[in-house]
Design a binder for this molecule. Structure first.
Ligand SMILES: [Fe+2]
Length: 434
């Protein structure tokens, strides 16, 4: 009995092995195609693609170049056996580019190409490295690179079948390079956008700070108030564990909280005495005015106008302008409220001196749950304690309050004691009366 396959024609067997090898090569190329789009693997995968191409047709030497649209040149990115003399960059003139696109991933024999300026300019190099085929890599009518191939190991000329295979593999490498170019372009644009955004953000921050300085200039007794409130609000935001954007947002809210004061008469703001009821009602319009000013502006952080409008509200409902209770008050306004009050207590005013720091702590503790949200007071205290105990190297409070003030004896101990006495996780909820 004769078994199937015993009488195999050696030629057919040989062909099928070749085909198997080719199928394997194409499979490997397909996988590489996916890898190639990532920058880290790009050079390496092009090198492997070249080796697969050379190996599958037993070609002695070759190289792959990537086309640079900016320099109008081919830059070698992988080579094997081409010799050290082969140029790393080869220029293309517009005629070459036109002809390369026309050839469209089909190998040009060195001899056939002689009419092209490219082959004339690089004649010596191509001869010296014994390059027989130059295959443009074209993708969507654009040159993306080129493959250079030396002679076959057998010494036989390339058959049209060989050229078909080279052409198919070349298309594959071409697509992969085009994909990588696209990724690089995308990365470049993302980077450009990031830079533009960064610039815009810096401009916004600078503008906000300039505004804060302008507001502060109007009030000669509380110089730097808005800037300090911005910084305290920023500290509170970060102590509450907020993300970078939110922390930045709370700083902006602090910087701009009093912007409504620009419409209040200077003599009311600068009154060296306690103002009367009429003047007080004039001054109390500033949160509403601030909101009107900030509302039409597009802020990267949503709550900035709300902070201006509600930074004089108290969680017990005894604040102004709307007498809101606890949960009704936007959170950012509660943050700014504490920062604002703390700065008012710790700076000299025309009619009163700054208060001793222990006194201020006692005030904040007493008013946690009345004016302030307790967990915000706790966060604020914790931030200060971190600095006093040396847990953080930052000198945020010291810069704002002065060294002397922060070095008040027993401050850290008082702060620890106060923190222990507070119930940070249970803010009181008020029931609205009448
Ligand atoms: Fe205010």
């Amino acid at each position: 009995m004769v078994k199937i396959g015993e009488f195999k024609n050696p030629d057919i067997q040989g062909m099928s092995e070749n085909r198997k090898k080719l199928i394997h090569t194409f499979g490997a190329l397909a996988e590489l195609g996916q890898e190639i789009s990532y920058r880290q693997n790009f050079q390496e995968t092009v090198r492997i693609s070249l080796h697969l191409l050379l190996g599958s047709l037993a070609i002695m030497r070759g190289g792959v170049a990537r086309f640079s649209r900016f320099g109008h040149e081919l830059n070698m990115i992988a080579a094997r056996g081409m010799g050290d003399d082969f140029p790393l960059a080869l220029s293309l003139c517009s005629e070459d580019e036109r002809q390369f696109v026309n050839a469209g991933t089909f190998p040009i024999e060195n001899l056939d190409g002689k009419v092209l300026p490219f082959f004339q300019v690089y004649d010596h190099s191509l001869e010296r490295s014994r390059i027989e085929l130059v295959m443009p890599l074209v993708n969507r009518d654009e040159i993306v690179g080129s493959v250079f191939l030396g002679e076959k190991a057998s010494g036989e000329p390339y058959t049209s079948h060989d050229k078909d295979i080279i052409s198919a593999m070349g298309r594959h490498i071409g697509v992969a390079i085009a994909q990588r170019n696209l990724m690089a372009e995308l990365e470049r644009r993302v980077e450009e956008n990031r830079r533009l955004y960064e610039n815009l953000r810096t401009t916004y921050k600078d503008t906000v700070q300039a505004f804060a300085a302008a507001i502060d200039r109007k009030d000669k007794y509380t110089e730097g108030h808005s800037v300090r409130v911005g910084k305290y609000s920023e500290i509170i935001g970060s102590e509450l564990g907020w993300g970078t954007d939110e922390v930045e947002g709370s700083a902006v809210a602090g910087y701009l909280h009093d912007i409504g004061k620009i419409t209040v008469e200077r003599k009311i703001i600068n009154a060296p005495y306690r103002i009367n009821a009429k003047e007080s009602s004039e001054l109390n319009k500033h949160p509403g005015v601030g909101y009107e000013i900030l509302m039409p502006i597009h802020h990267p952080y949503a709550d900035v106008p709300l902070a201006a409008k509600y930074h004089h509200e108290r969680i017990d409902g005894r604040g102004y302008p709307d007498g809101l209770y606890d949960q009704e008050i936007p959170y950012i306004a509660k943050v700014v409220n504490l920062a604002d009050s703390f700065d008012a207590m710790t700076t000299d005013r025309p009619y009163k001196r700054r208060r001793p720091v222990n006194d201020v702590f006692a005030d904040l503790q007493r008013n946690a749950g009345k004016q302030f949200a307790p967990e915000i007071v706790t966060a604020f205290f914790k931030g200060m304690l971190k600095e006093l105990s040396g847990e953080t190297k930052e000198r945020r409070f010291r810069k704002l309050l002065g060294r002397e003030y922060m070095e008040t004896e027993g401050l850290a101990t008082t702060l620890r004691k106060t923190l222990n006495e507070m119930a940070p996780t249970s803010p009181l909820t008020y029931v609205r009366h009448g």
